[in-house]
Design a protein around this ligand. Structure first.
Ligand SMILES: O=C(O)CCC(=O)C(=O)O
Ligand SMILES: [Fe+2]
Length: 307
């Protein structure tokens, strides 16, 4: 019987993970499910693809441990094609003709004067954010494959579940964050001539999950490019920021240091249900490869389009 069907009706995460553990999915501390892909052929097995889809839907996070060398990311490419074919995920958007679906995250040499480097090409820390928050249709999922972890005690990826933050917000703040009263600027390195330089939208969106009876929230966030457009939005944004940086949220942060994300591991995340951050990269050879897929529109769009 299919895993989804066996799990239908299960209410608690603990029960679900216990069922998963009996199968071939293990649980990392902090409830991150792990799958093993012992050989490249796993990318073609529909049961393996169903397990990945299930974990992404249920938990919004999953770690896959590869049992083989794959610096070309062929396995990852194949599972995304199969998630598309078998479970309706949208395919990634090409970064460019030469880079295709994949983007290298690693510190590069200084860029040519006047041109901007993407921040993923620097060694800087990234505060809490969701990817592509400035897009009307941000990708639902992204994956990072570790080619070279940071060997100098830097470059740790941390994740924080959106629901945990929303629990800490007042009901009024939640409602305001769901209103399209925020300007979100396209960062300079992604600004293209003749293209929108900002969008106006909400930071939260209520989504009724198919499996659970309660409403949960999806979010987008990147502090340096968000401008609240009303007095209410400004207060709600301040509350959200203080909750993200506060002691209660800190209890729920999962730090994925290199011992948890070694070479050959892939972390897959729901970009709307988890925030992520990275501390400063110390190893100049740290190297991850990123792919983002399943872009779809986020929440209601702007009533303040003239801002
Ligand atoms: O380097 C990392 O661990 C994460 C990078 C990241 O968040 C990004 O490129 O958006
Ligand atoms: Fe990111």
């Amino acid at each position: 019987m299919r895993l989804e069907m066996r799990l239908a009706g299960l209410r608690s995460l603990q029960t679900a993970t216990a069922v998963l553990r009996n199968r071939k999915v293990q649980d990392l501390p902090g409830h991150i499910c792990q799958l093993r892909a012992p050989s490249p052929s796993f990318a073609k097995q529909s049961e393996h693809i169903s397990d990945i889809h299930f974990c992404l839907q249920k938990f919004g996070v999953l770690k896959i441990n590869l049992g083989f060398e794959d610096d070309n990311c062929d396995y990852l490419q194949q599972i995304i094609r199969n998630l598309h074919q078998q479970h309706g995920h949208g395919l990634p958007i090409d970064h460019s003709a030469s880079r295709g679906w994949f983007w290298d995250i690693r510190p590069t040499q200084k860029s040519v004067e006047g041109s901007y480097k993407a921040r993923s090409e620097t060694a800087n820390s990234f505060p809490w954010h969701t990817d592509c928050s400035y897009e009307a249709a941000p990708p639902r999922y992204f994956a990072l494959q570790v080619l070279q972890p940071d060997r100098c005690n830097g470059g740790t990826l941390s994740i924080l579940k959106m629901d945990r933050l929303v629990d800490l917000l007042s009901e009024q703040t939640r409602s305001i964050l769901c209103r399209p009263e925020f300007r979100i600027d396209v960062p300079p390195e992604f600004m293209k001539r003749d293209r929108e330089q900002h969008i106006v939208g909400s930071l939260l969106s209520r989504s009724s999950s198919r499996e659970e009876s309660f409403v949960n929230f999806e979010g987008r966030f990147r502090e340096d490019i968000i401008l609240p457009l009303t007095r209410d939005a400004k207060c709600a944004f301040e509350e959200l920021k203080s909750v993200i940086l506060g002691p209660e949220a800190a209890k729920h942060i999962l730090d994925l240091a290199p011992d948890k994300l070694p070479r050959g591991s892939i972390i897959l995340l729901d970009n709307r249900r988890w925030l992520h951050a990275r501390n400063q990269v110390k190893d100049p050879k740290r190297h991850l490869r990123r792919v983002r897929w399943d872009a779809c529109s986020f929440g209601p769009v702007g009533a303040f389009d003239d801002f």
